[in-house]
Design a protein. Structure first.
Lengths: 113, 450
């Protein structure tokens, strides 16, 4: 079992969600996130004064998957979130020790699927 | 002891103060004795003052409608475009008033020379005629300046209707160019046909406060804009309609209440005097039609959508108001209820139907202002005994041909030259950051779902 955490552009969320559904990955959690990287941020103005925004709005997508879905999930996210510009985001994959479905008490692969 | 002295001083000051007005009057008596016996204003003059104050007050109420439009349009769109829509709302009022002063007022009311005609122009900029400030100007109803400001507030409302329909993807600069053309040239020409004494009024057409002249003018322009600009990204995927949910329903509700409030000036002021019978009837028909619109749209919403949709009830109020605007002075209160209720049914069917044919109108402006504007104008021909249905239809048709073709042409030209919509990337990120470099809700984290 793997836990995939992806940070993507907020405006890419809809297409990423659609691509994941296409790849038979239906269970995702999404949260708002602020982050900074090579993109450096953007500037906005307020009452004439320029304000540098360094922490950019990103969306954090968490997906717990069985091992055989790992590459499909990564491909789906990369395909949908990529614009080719700096700031497209990153994907982290880590091993997942346990997974329990609260309603039934199932564990492991059954609980994820 | 000290207290007593203080009290005595206070009394002296009071006495002096009470004497002051009398003292200042002494020289007046001495120099201009006729001031003391200034003649009482006659009944005619009092009537002139009251009429003028009422029409001015109505103008201020119409101004409040712009606040209503701003609240409604920003509430029904996404938070990433709020700065943009508010910017459009405030600049349209400014452009509307300035262009109306420059050319609009003199295009719409060119005077006797073009009576019965199609087009007339009385020259640039507003200038009060010699009798402009007297009862002689308009039969003791209002002064020249009151006339201008009341009509000027109306003019800007027609362009505001378009801003909601093309929200969230129209390019700001192109939209402002279009609005200027609409409010400076298109609206006043149509207005002249009827209210300026042109061919429509000669034909016996009746549109009391502008179901056609204001609302469907805005509605036709909105339709042309939506057709040229195209739907928002992600609204129509294949054959399915994906709802794009407005970010603040309470704000939309406040907007509708404000519009309803402002409508008492829009319709009530269109009597153009404070004649008690006329303004009270108009206010009653206006209220009843709005109420009937709310209930009809709610019932329809329950039947069609299975649950009662608040935004449909809100649209129902506006539908009833737009519907009754053409005949608010000639309909009976009961007829107003029927007109409002049918408008409420129409607006719900139109919102759903217009989405089906893939015309993306985020706030339902075409359904409310165009469909119900047409219905209201035709309803006068149906219900009022001395009005002809065919004449009403002719007015609706000619407005459609003129406004739609000019609007479509201007939008098309803009599309071919500078472009009418923002890039897809800009649309996804939101127009606030891309067009204005600002955010509307700084410090809040808002989920950008679509």
């Amino acid at each position: 079992m793997k836990l995939v955490i992806a940070y993507i552009r907020p405006e890419a969320l809809q297409s990423v969600k659609a691509a994941l559904t296409e790849a038979q990955v239906h269970r995702v959690s999404v949260t708002n996130a602020l982050g900074c990287g090579a993109q450096k941020g953007y500037s906005k103005s307020y009452r004439g004064a320029v304000n540098e925004i360094n922490l950019l709005k990103k969306v954090r997508v968490e997906i717990a998957i069985n091992d055989d879905f790992e590459q499909a999930t990564i491909d789906a996210i990369c395909g949908a979130a990529k614009t080719g510009n700096i700031g497209d985001g990153k994907i982290f994959v880590m091993p997942l020790e346990r997974c329990i479905r609260i309603r039934t008490g199932e564990e492991g692969d059954d609980a994820i699927g | 002891m000290r207290e007593q002295v203080k009290a005595a001083k206070r009394i002296n000051i009071l006495k002096l103060r009470s004497l002051l007005p009398t003292l200042t009057l002494i020289p007046l008596f001495a120099v201009w004795p006729e001031v003391a016996e200034a003649k009482e204003p006659g009944a005619e003059e009092i009537r002139f003052w009251l009429n003028n104050v009422w029409v001015l007050l109505a103008a201020f109420l119409v101004f409040v409608m712009h606040l209503g439009f701003a609240a409604l349009e920003s509430g029904l769109t996404r938070s990433k475009n709020t700065v943009n829509i508010l910017f459009k709302n405030v600049t349209i009022v400014a452009i509307g008033l300035l262009t109306y002063a420059c050319v609009g007022f003199n295009l719409m009311y060119p005077g006797e020379a073009s009576a019965g005609g199609w087009f007339g122009f009385a020259g640039f900029w507003i200038n009060a005629p010699a009798n402009g400030m007297t009862a002689a100007y308009a039969d003791g109803k209002y002064t020249y300046w009151t006339d201008f400001i009341f009509q000027g507030m109306f003019a800007a409302t027609a362009a505001t209707i378009v801003s909601g329909a093309v929200a969230e993807r129209a390019k700001l600069s192109s939209f402002l160019v279009f609005s200027t053309v609409l409010v400076a040239l298109v609206y006043p020409v149509v207005g002249m046909w009827h209210w300026g004494g042109g061919w429509l009024s000669a034909a016996g057409f009746h549109d009391f406060a502008g179901s056609t002249i204001v609302h469907s003018v805005g509605g036709w322009a909105a339709l042309a804009g939506v057709m040229v600009i195209g739907p928002r990204h992600g609204k129509y995927v294949g054959d399915t309609v994906k709802p794009i949910i407005g970010h603040n329903v309470p704000l939309a509700a406040i907007g509708v209440f404000l519009l309803w409030f402002g409508w008492y000036g829009f319709n009530g002021g269109s009597v153009l005097s404070a004649e008690p019978g006329a303004i009270s009837l108009v206010v009653v028909t206006t209220s009843l039609a709005a109420a009937a619109g709310v209930l009809a749209a709610s019932v329809m919403s329950r039947i069609v959508q299975k649950k009662v949709d608040l935004t449909m009830a809100l649209n129902g109020a506006l539908a009833g108001l737009v519907g009754v605007t053409a005949g608010a002075d000639v309909l009976t209160p009961f007829q107003a209820v029927i007109v409002g209720a049918i408008a409420g049914v129409f607006v719900l069917l139109a919102v759903i139907g217009i989405d089906r044919i893939k015309l993306d109108d985020p706030v339902g402006a075409i359904s409310v202002h165009l469909i119900c504007g047409i219905w209201g104008t035709l309803a006068v021909g149906i219900f009022a005994a001395d009005k002809s249905f065919l004449t009403q239809l002719k007015g609706v048709g000619m407005t459609a041909v003129f406004v739609f073709s000019v609007s479509f042409g201007v939008f098309w030209l803009l599309k071919k030259t500078v472009g009418v919509r923002v890039s897809e990337e800009e649309e996804l990120r939101g127009l606030d950051i891309e067009e204005h470099g600002m955010e509307s809700y700084g410090g809040f984290q808002i989920f950008t779902l679509n």
